[in-house]
Design a protein around this ligand. Structure first.
Ligand code: PXL
Length: 277
């Protein structure tokens, strides 16, 4: 097995099972060397907790990058998740140029919105900057709300195949390369993921769990990235990540007290086995 090295840039929400506390264990389980660049340190994530603390680390990022450049450190891939500000997005674009290794892949989860709404920390200026990053990346993993933000298309809770087709075509017209559009479901019992590549579109459908869960976008994106870096195709990686994420949600739904994230850790053996198939 080829040993590959990735950098992931996202926040540390100390409690809450999202962003780096999810990406690092999942990528490590996939057998990928994972370097991290924390964009901010928060006491918890912002979706449901109140009174959280937040230390923005934007000012530290250029010095960290400069040190890596001096050491000649490069990466096979850079994967970004929740970023704290438009300035951080600019810095990530610089990282794509200056820290890329041979056969480099840039993967952007434009984590900024869900269920038709932007997360509390973001505004239109952030969305506009995120567009420039997403359309430069090799692979993007938006949910439908984020895809609407990136294309200025109206968000619809009830939609049909024509709406999804228009969304994907708009993303592609704006420069998107491989698009992994998550949370695409046409009936009550199922949902799925659209894998849209320049010459090929495939849909992976799986069971839908009615109750929404926090952090599942990060679990999904990290599991996708781990599988992709292990040499799976985009479609295989998208399917493995979907099956893993569904199992993580199923492992959590019955526990009312565990509202803030999913219990993804006990399901890692399933993920590792799926990668070895
Ligand atoms: O899961 C995305 C995410 C990551 N980081 C922080 C968040 C959220 C979602 O709300 O608040 C800080």
């Amino acid at each position: 097995m080829e040993y590959r090295k990735i950098l992931t840039v996202q926040d540390i929400s100390c409690v809450g099972q999202c962003s780096l506390t999810v990406a690092l264990p999942i990528l490590s389980a996939a057998g990928i060397e994972t370097a991290i660049l924390p964009s901010a340190v928060l006491s918890t994530h912002t979706a449901g907790f109140t009174g959280f603390t937040c230390r923005d680390l934007t000012e530290d990022m250029p010095a960290i990058m400069d040190h890596w450049k001096k050491e000649g450190i490069t990466f096979d891939a850079i994967y970004t998740g929740y970023l704290g500000s438009a300035r951080q997005i600019e810095l990530v674009k610089k990282m794509f140029k200056e820290l890329k290794g041979k056969d480099f892949v840039s993967i952007v989860d434009p984590a900024m919105a869900d269920n038709g709404k932007l997360y509390p920390a973001f505004d239109q200026a952030f969305v506009d900057e995120m567009k420039t990053l997403a359309f430069e990346a090799d692979i993007i993993l938006p949910n439908i709300t984020e895809a609407c933000c990136l294309t200025d298309m109206e968000y619809k809770e009830n939609y049909d195949e024509a709406y999804i087709d228009e969304l994907l075509k708009k993303l592609r017209a704006l420069g998107a390369k491989t698009i992994i559009l998550t949370g695409v479901g046409y009936d009550e019992k199922t949902t799925g993921v659209m894998v849209d590549e320049p010459e090929n579109r495939q849909y992976y459908k799986h069971r839908r769990i009615a109750k929404g869960s926090h952090g599942t976008g990060d679990v999904y994106a990290s599991a996708f990235v781990g599988a992709y870096m292990r040499g799976k195709t985009s479609y295989q990686a998208a399917s493995i990540a979907a099956e893993y994420t569904v199992r993580c949600i199923e492992n959590t739904v019955d526990d009312e007290s565990h509202w803030y994230g999913v219990k993804f850790e006990p399901i890692l053996p399933y993920y590792i086995e799926a990668l070895n198939d």
